[in-house]
Design a protein around this ligand. Sequence first.
Ligand code: NDP
Length: 289
Amino acid sequence: MPLIDGNAIARQILQEIKSRVAALAPIVPHIAVVRVGDDPASISYVTKKQKTAAEVGMKSTLYLFPETVSKGELLACLDTLNADSAVHGILVQAPLPAHLPETEIFNRISPDKDVDGFTSTNIGRLVQELPGAFAACTPAGIVELLRRSGAATAGKHAVIVGRSLIVGKPAALLLLAKGTDATVTVCHSRTHDLGAITRSADILIAAIGRPRFITADMVKDGAVVIDVGINRIPDATKKTGYRLVGDVDFDAVAAKASLITPVPGGVGPMTVAMLMKNTLASCELSVRD
Ligand code: NDP
């Protein structure tokens, strides 16, 4: 069961990014990170993104708003950041509190600074396979993991379980794109006989948000398995009282898979690396303009 080591692959990519960032001096790629409220997972994701930005020599600025912030205040902040030529990437950390319309807020980000790839424009660019589209970071990380671990995708049946805007749907577009050339099936909670479909997968991508949902009987021998899920389950032996597990029943599925990502240490580090890659690309483009 060869493991796909997301930490090692992400480190390699970040090293490449660091060299390209250094070559841009005195210009420094700058990412603006907008966080609303004090959700512990959001705090930890934002901290990780800012720490990684610093490691590769990028600047990051945190814009922090209380849970009660109005839509107008948030949009005004995005307008200011859109107009600031020293800012190359803007990201609004999800999830936002219920009173804030996520799609409308994401769509206010200038598509050329939308390094998370969630605006309608960037999703449209992805559908049209236009160069320069910012692909959502987690799906881009998945495709990069497949490439760098030598997993063939052309003509392979890729089954994605999950159809969210941040993972499932853009992952389908990227796997389908020319050059990657997978045959793609997307499943969700209304899919009939899920196991029959997942068993036909050469590449199985689990993005469900349910601990160990994909069991060994749902996986074909020799499949490549990418586990996107990050679930906290109670664990009294840990200081935090919990530990992280994926959407895949790792031990049993690993015994059948030809390649598999662990959780943690699989897709997670790649998501942050792809965010840095998009921010660098945005900065390089702005220098060329
Ligand atoms: P969402 O909750 O937005 O989407 C979950 C998807 O799973 C939905 O499409 C849902 O179907 C589907 N689903 C739920 N139950 C079933 C079921 N019983 N059978 C088949 N499909 C089902 O989650 P996200 O896409 O945002 O995230 C998925 C997981 O990935 C989470 O654990 C999240 O924490 C993790 N994640 C990890 C990242 C990383 O960097 N590693 C980044 C982003 C997310 P339906 O649409 O019908 O409701």
